[in-house]
Write a protein that binds this ligand. Structure first.
Ligand code: PEP
Length: 240
């Protein structure tokens, strides 16, 4: 059984007080319930504080990016080793905005994925299309796949208010699982979680989460208001 997961991708939003209030509210509401995994992808600058707030909670604090080297002359970058060192053990890599605005490619995303895994981090690796799956996972061994979650986020749906259709999203998720099966065999492909992202909201979430191959969602805009995000968590809960 794959546990359902919902991730708030805050992107570059909030000030520290807002981030702290939100996560405090989330920690309270989630309590010690672990039927659904709930995560928040926050700006680096907040991570250290947020990780402390969640030390006794199942809520995951996730970095939105990390470099492919642990140390070195990379001004302005964040080391995966330093993330791990402050207690952040989840990182999201290859988000569409990183690719579109900061020139990330499948090969840099792949380097980052491998480095994060070498630091024993859990990785949510985002792809916008099926064809990217193989490239971003190149060199990732079967034993490392338990640390990988695939986020499928079609470009046209991110931040546009135009979600993929339920059927379309499921079709791609099923194809991704088929690709994983070819790469890693049936057991690993069945165990790997595949998330959909792109204009998820209260209207479309139930339809998406009921699909066989969709194990959760990445939520951008609709996660920026705590109440609206919590409504989505409740929907996922109802279908878990
Ligand atoms: C995202 O950018 O990860 C995302 C899912 O954004 P939105 O929900 O705003 O489309």
């Amino acid at each position: 059984m794959r546990k359902k997961i919902i991730i708030a991708n805050w992107k570059m939003n909030f000030l520290l007080d807002q981030a702290v209030d939100y996560v405090n509210d989330l920690v309270k509401k989630v309590g010690n319930k672990t039927t659904v995994e709930v995560g928040v992808a926050a700006q680096d600058i907040f991570l250290s504080d947020l990780v402390k707030l969640t030390s006794q909670s199942p809520v995951r604090i996730i970095a939105q990016n990390a470099h492919w080297e642990n140390f070195g002359a990379f001004t302005g970058e964040t080391s995966p080793k330093a993330l791990d060192n402050i207690g952040v053990d989840y990182v999201m890599l290859g988000h569409f905005e990183r690719r579109e605005l900061f020139n990330e490619t499948n090969s840099t995303v792949n380097l980052k994925v491998r480095r994060a895994l070498n630091n024993d981090m859990n990785v949510i690796v985002d792809v916008e299309e099926l064809e990217q799956v193989q490239s971003v996972l190149e060199g990732v061994g079967p034993s490392q796949m338990e640390k990988i979650i695939i986020g499928f986020e079609p470009t046209f749906a991110i931040g546009t208010g135009m979600s993929a259709s339920t059927k379309g999203a499921e079709e791609v998720a099923a194809q991704i699982r088929k690709t994983l099966r070819k790469m890693y065999g049936p057991e690993i492909s069945q165990a790997t979680r595949i998330l959909y992202g792109g204009s998820v909201n209260r209207q479309n979430l139930a339809g998406l989460i009921k699909q066989t191959d969709i194990d959760g969602v990445l939520v951008g805009k609709a996660s920026l208001d705590f109440q609206s995000f919590w409504e989505l968590v409740k929907i996922i809960h109802a279908y878990s």
